[in-house]
Design a protein around this ligand. Structure first.
Ligand SMILES: Cc1cc2nc3c(=O)[nH]c(=O)nc-3n(C[C@H](O)[C@H](O)[C@H](O)COP(=O)(O)OP(=O)(O)OC[C@H]3O[C@@H](n4cnc5c(N)ncnc54)[C@H](O)[C@@H]3O)c2cc1C
Length: 367
């Protein structure tokens, strides 16, 4: 298994539990890419009807099971998408009436109902769409927690500081090597490189329907009161495919800064009471190397409007890239040789659906 992010780690977990012996390879001393830079959301609410919703719901079940045995901070933390005006609320009325609204755990809440659940929300808003199928994990605990759980298993070994620079297949199986020529061999090989589409994978991914996306994020200081839901603003409905057939154009236009940086507000309360907040989206490379301040000003303004109080100070800022498939498939899987696949491209739903992706890979192996 190559890649210590969530896709590689979920493959390692499910493969070990299926009885395989796993060597889990990572180029860095600990994973530092998308899987530790994200919101940790298990976000079912926005998934497109059909196959995307189905894989997200299957993954949600798997998260519940995995969260009950590994210390990853999993919690069935529902979400509230907040309507800040009547027009946004009307779109949520329609969302709550969608055919699959029940599967998503949608519930339309008026302002009083929102405040009964979350008394700390005292700002200007009309109501909210609650999604009880959403959940969250702690990105700071997730990968280490899964590896700690795996480490108890004699069939698992963790191999950090091993950057794969070459891959080949012969009659003995599949082989990866590092720059010093050290080799690790296996009959089955899953390469989960995240957004590292270059290097030895470049030739295999040359025509792949993949792009990289760059996002800006932040974390606040701990907040004075508890919040039991993840929060989104109605701009999120413009981006999530679940809502694409609703009358989104009846909502007031996005603020200029939000439109410019393709923003939504997502706010996830962490176990230490800080909030992870974001995000922006940049689709065109080369990406900006600077952390830009204007999007954070916008996020803090929206938070302040919803909470009816100044937004907590931002303590940390970072950016991250994910790999996103650009075809209608839900993620990217390509066979490199018999028994060897590359799996990536889960995009902004990569954390959410990761256990179900791994399950599909393992189910495809010979019994
Ligand atoms: C800011 C941000 C917010 C997000 N929020 C969410 C969210 O809330 N919910 C959600 O569902 N998704 C979210 N996503 C998407 C999600 O984080 C990704 O889809 C997911 O983490 C991808 O996991 P991965 O394992 O494929 O990639 P990564 O996490 O990038 O891991 C790939 C790993 O492979 C290693 N690697 C690469 N090449 C080699 C090599 N040659 N040799 C050895 N090791 C190698 C890398 O070092 C890395 O550790 C977000 C992404 C970002 C960037």
């Amino acid at each position: 298994m190559v890649g210590g992010g969530i896709i590689g780690t979920m493959h390692a977990l499910l493969a070990v539990e299926a009885g395989h012996e796993v060597v889990h390879i990572e180029r860095d001393s600990k994973p530092l890419s998308a899987s530790v830079r994200n919101f940790g959301l298990v976000w079912v609410s926005g998934r497109a009807a059909g196959g995307e919703l189905a894989i997200a719901l299957r993954a949600r079940q798997l998260w519940e099971e995995i969260g009950s045995k590994a210390e990853i901070g999993f919690r069935p933390q529902a979400s509230l998408t907040i309507a800040q005006n009547e027009a946004e609320f009307e779109v949520m009325v329609a969302a709550a009436a969608m055919d699959d609204a029940h599967e998503r755990g949608f519930r339309l809440l008026d302002r009083n109902q929102v405040q009964t659940l979350e008394p700390v929300l005292q700002g200007k808003f009309v109501g909210a769409l609650q999604c009880t199928q959403d959940g969250a994990v702690e990105p700071s605990l997730l990968l280490g927690g899964l590896r700690d759980y795996l480490a108890k298993h004699p069939n698992y070994s963790w191999k950090p500081n091993f950057e794969v620079v070459d891959f080949y297949h012969d009659e003995h199986g599949n082989h990866v090597t590092d720059i010093e020529g050290s080799k690790i061999s296996s009959d089955l090989l899953v390469i989960c490189p995240g957004s590292a589409h270059q290097g030895f994978l470049a030739e295999f991914l040359a025509d792949a329907p993949l792009r990289r996306v760059h996002l800006q994020m932040g974390a606040t200081v701990p907040f004075g009161a508890t919040l039991g839901h993840s929060i989104a603003d109605a701009d999120s409905m413009r981006y999530y495919p679940a809502f694409k057939d609703l009358a989104l154009d009846t909502m007031p236009p996005q603020e200029e800064i939000a439109a410019q940086y393709k923003m939504q507000l997502l706010l996830v309360p962490r176990l230490d009471r800080s909030f992870t907040i974001g995000d922006t989206h940049e689709y065109q490379e080369p990406f900006s190397h600077e952390i830009l301040e204007a999007p954070y000003d916008h996020l803090r303004k929206v938070i302040s409007n919803i909470f009816g109080a100044p937004a907590p100070t931002i303590a940390r800022r970072w950016s991250g890239n994910y790999s996103q498939i650009t075809s209608t498939d839900l993620y990217f899987r390509k066979e490199l040789a018999p028994g060897a696949v590359v799996v990536t491209g889960g995009g902004g739903r990569g954390n959410t659906i990761s256990p179900a992706i791994a399950e599909e890979t393992i189910n495809s192996w010979p019994k």
